[in-house]
Design a protein around this ligand. Structure first.
Ligand SMILES: Nc1ncnc2c1ncn2[C@@H]1O[C@H](COP(=O)(O)OP(=O)(O)OP(=O)(O)O)[C@@H](O)[C@H]1O
Ligand SMILES: [Mg+2]
Length: 249
């Protein structure tokens, strides 16, 4: 986890430069990303919005080192991901990235605490450290009282909070979320967004989220609109609480 942020603008921790990506199936080659560039900053919740099929999930996979590019390059925390071999990439992903999915991806047989502990065992932490970090992350998402429950005993919103705690416990510099609220009702969706936002603020994490959800779009610090394999629009939302006009006394 990063030190608390000081407020000179931090350098981008995640940058894609003119990346191109195509998928080939049979004789058909479809270009998904086309000369796309993007820079994402720490301490913020950045949102990618765009129509279904425009390449959002593909972009997240590339920026998190899961998928390679055909052209251009990705710079993450000073690494050129295209230059890392499979082992180094795996290490990079383990130590620096967390991922939250639409479908939670929890193991049915494990309790909330065990779900969060599982990836921590690969980080070379002691048993005590693993336990402490897991409990601390579950506390941070408000789930410590339910840490002994299994997915079948948790609501959708609670499951997603377990998934967030699991990503958070790794103390990643980069946190990716692909449509984390789309399986949730309004109230639970709002809670998840608030948590992602708070993680960015309080840990200086770079949080990059893909979503169609208007509530997420409204709450993000920055919204990138994607279409036809490119970023078409890059807008900053005004900070929460700030209004254009001063209230009259
Ligand atoms: N592994 C793959 N092989 C072939 N085509 C793929 C592969 N992954 C994605 N695609 C294609 O790339 C395009 C973009 O997919 P992607 O999942 O990135 O879109 P998306 O913006 O996340 O859409 P949605 O909002 O529906 O999740 C789609 O047309 C999809 O069929
Ligand atoms: Mg998608």
């Amino acid at each position: 986890m990063n030190a608390p942020m000081h407020h000179s603008p931090p350098p981008p921790t995640l940058r894609a430069e003119s990346i191109g990506k195509a998928f080939v199936s049979g004789k058909l080659r479809s270009r998904i990303l086309d000369d796309l560039s993007i820079a994402v900053e720490p301490g913020e919740l950045t949102l990618i919005a765009g129509p279904s099929g425009c390449g959002k999930s593909t972009l997240l996979a590339i920026l998190s080192g899961l998928l390679g590019v055909d052209s251009g390059r990705v710079l993450a925390l000073g690494h050129d991901l295209g230059q890392l071999d499979a082992r180094a990439l795996e290490r990079f992903r383990l130590h620096h990235t967390g991922f939250v999915f639409q479908g939670f991806n929890l193991f049915p047989a494990l309790t909330a605490r065990e779900q969060v502990e599982l990836p921590l065992h690969y980080l070379g932490l002691s048993k005590t450290q693993v336990r402490e970090r897991a409990v601390q992350s579950l506390e941070e998402v408000g789930l410590a009282p339910r840490m002994h429950l299994r997915p079948a005993e948790l609501s959708g919103g609670e499951k997603q909070r377990v998934a967030i705690a699991r990503a958070l416990a790794k103390q990643p510099d980069l946190l990716f979320a692909d449509e984390p609220t789309s399986a949730l009702d309004a109230a639970n969706g709002q809670t998840v967004i608030d948590i992602l936002h708070r993680i960015a603020r309080s840990h200086g994490t770079t949080v990059l989220c893909v979503s169609h959800d208007p509530r997420v779009i409204h709450h993000a610090d920055r919204v990138l609109r994607m279409e036809d394999g490119r970023i078409l629009d890059d807008q900053r939302n005004t900070p929460a609480g700030a209004t254009a006009e001063e209230p009259s006394p």
